[in-house]
Design a protein around this ligand. Structure first.
Ligand code: ATP
Ligand code: MG
Length: 479
């Protein structure tokens, strides 16, 4: 898998960082400068208007001495970090707060002239930025207010402040902005690092292992043991791999067993039919061999039915057709099927049933199949002239059904394997050639579907007892 999504994510992250930086350097810086200039211009304008009305007019009317005016303007200029000028209409600089000698100026002293001075250059903002007709060596913000006396403009108050002061403030603000964006970028980087370590890398690992699973290689395990959703996903995948692994192994075993069980009867059928065809078996012996062929075909039919049943039950449960029925009656009718075999082997049934009727809630046909299989096994593996005991009892709202024989028994090391498909104990092979080894596997599936249990107690050479449970029907519980 190409980590395209991750690369896209990283690229967008880097782009976001670059874009944020560029926007800060251009748009934000420009806006802050503009805002500060406007703000400063407004403030200076207010100051100049104040001076114009309070001081300059009284100075023009000769009610304030030049000396006093100069002291006040110098203080104010220092406070504002600006120069305060008074100019007349012709561009004569009548007063400059930065000129300390103004107070001692001789009466006939020449005024500095700025003949190009024209208030229309300010536009309608009362402020301008520049060197003010070459008066300053650096960029300066200048605002003006008119001083009126006797209804006419007598002179102008101008305040000049170097733009570098405003830029210094702007830079300080920008530093704060850069610092904030830097912190945001760094914390998002930490989030991304966290995301990479705890989300992206585990997901990549899971994906890589899942690709192996898709190729039926269940060997690698994810092995993430974190206590979160990803850890849970990894554990589930590991569990799934285990299950699939055993399932595949089971399937292989199942297919090899099926093919083996089909091949042997087919080989013998083919052998006998060929021998009859080419005359190796003379016609007078043919009926004996046809009997064997019939036996083998019956076995094949039984095998096919068993496999079909198991396949139908599958892993995900069987659809049960639950109903109340009398298990005692079912036992009695089932044993009738075995009358023929029993009389041949001299077997008898010993029924110990609870009361007359005993109702259970289960799938009738399937429980019939369970009973049939267990009684069939008991008859097949019983010694001649012995008794098979079938017992029903009630315990904790459950009905216990036991089928007990006195037969060959099951060796201790085989007891767990009898539930496996196709498994037959060595002891039983000689006794029953027709058996497929699927009966108990089907029994187990059926009872598991009912969420009930089956147990086996067996002693080799003594006998075997199978006990399974069924739910007591509601009507029995109410009695
Ligand atoms: P099928 O049920 O298809 O006729 P089967 O009886 O051989 O074949 P299962 O019913 O699954 O198959 O039984 C599996 C094996 O368990 C038997 O082959 C036998 O070896 C052993 N077994 C089952 N029941 C008994 C029993 N009552 N006594 C002794 N061995 C038994
Ligand atoms: Mg059986």
């Amino acid at each position: 898998m190409k980590p395209t999504l991750y690369i896209k994510f990283l690229t967008s992250y880097a782009l976001f960082g670059i874009l944020a930086f560029v926007v800060l350097c251009t748009f934000t810086q420009h806006s802050v400068n503009h805002y500060l200039e406007q703000h400063e211009a407004q403030q200076l304008y207010r100051e100049s208007a104040q001076i114009a009305s309070d001081y300059a007019s009284s100075f023009a009317n000769n009610t304030l001495s030049l000396q006093d005016f100069q002291t006040q303007m110098q203080t104010l200029g220092n406070y504002l970090s600006a120069e305060i000028w008074v100019m007349d209409n012709e561009g004569r600089i009548l007063f400059n707060s930065a000129d300390a000698t103004v107070g001692q100026r001789a009466a006939d002293a020449q005024y500095t002239m700025l003949p190009r001075f024209d208030t229309t250059d300010f536009g309608n903002t009362y402020s301008m930025i520049g060197d003010f007709y070459g008066s300053f060596s650096e960029e300066t913000l200048t605002v003006f207010s008119s001083v009126t006396a006797n209804y006419r403009v007598h002179s102008y108050v101008l305040i000049h402040k170097p733009v570098s002061n405003i830029i210094r403030t702007s830079n300080q603000l920008m530093n704060i902005a850069f610092f904030t964006v830097g912190i945001v970028f760094l914390s998002s980087f930490l989030i991304m690092l966290f995301f990479t370590l705890f989300v992206y890398r585990p997901i990549r690992k899971i994906t890589r292992v899942a690709q192996n699973y898709a190729k039926s290689n269940f060997e690698p395990r994810i092995g993430l043991h974190t206590n979160d959703e990803i850890g849970f996903l990894a554990n589930t995948m590991d569990y799934m791999a285990n299950e699939l692994d055993t399932l595949e192994e089971d399937q292989r075993k199942f297919i090899s067993n099926v093919s083996h069980d089909f091949r042997s009867p087919l080989t013998s059928i083919k052998g006998y039919v060929e021998a009859m065809q080419d005359g190796t078996i003379p016609p007078e012996l043919q009926s004996k061999y046809l009997g064997i062929i019939l036996f083998e075909t019956e076995r094949l039919t039984k095998l096919t039915q068993g496999i079909l049943d198991l396949n139908r039950f599958g892993h995900h449960g069987i659809m049960l057709d639950l109903a109340d029925f009398d298990i005692n009656r079912m036992i009695k009718t089932t044993i009738l099927t075995f009358e023929g075999t029993c009389s041949k082997k001299g077997l008898s049934f010993d029924l110990v049933l609870t009361g007359q009727e005993l109702f259970v809630t289960a799938d009738m046909t399937k429980i019939q199949q369970v009973l049939y299989n267990l009684i069939d096994n008991a008859t097949k593996f019983s010694h001649n002239n012995s008794a098979i005991k079938i017992e029903t009892s009630i315990k904790n709202e459950k009905v216990l059904i036991s089928v007990k024989d006195s037969g060959i028994g099951i060796p201790a090391d085989s007891i767990k394997k009898i539930w496996d498909r196709f498994y037959k104990t060595d002891l039983s092979r000689g006794k029953d050639k027709k058996g497929t080894g699927l009966g108990l596997a089907i029994v187990k599936e059926i009872l598991q579907a009912h969420k009930e249990h089956i147990n086996v107690i067996s002693t080799e050479g003594v006998g075997t007892e199978f006990i399974f449970t069924l739910p007591l029907s509601k009507r029995e519980q109410e009695q």
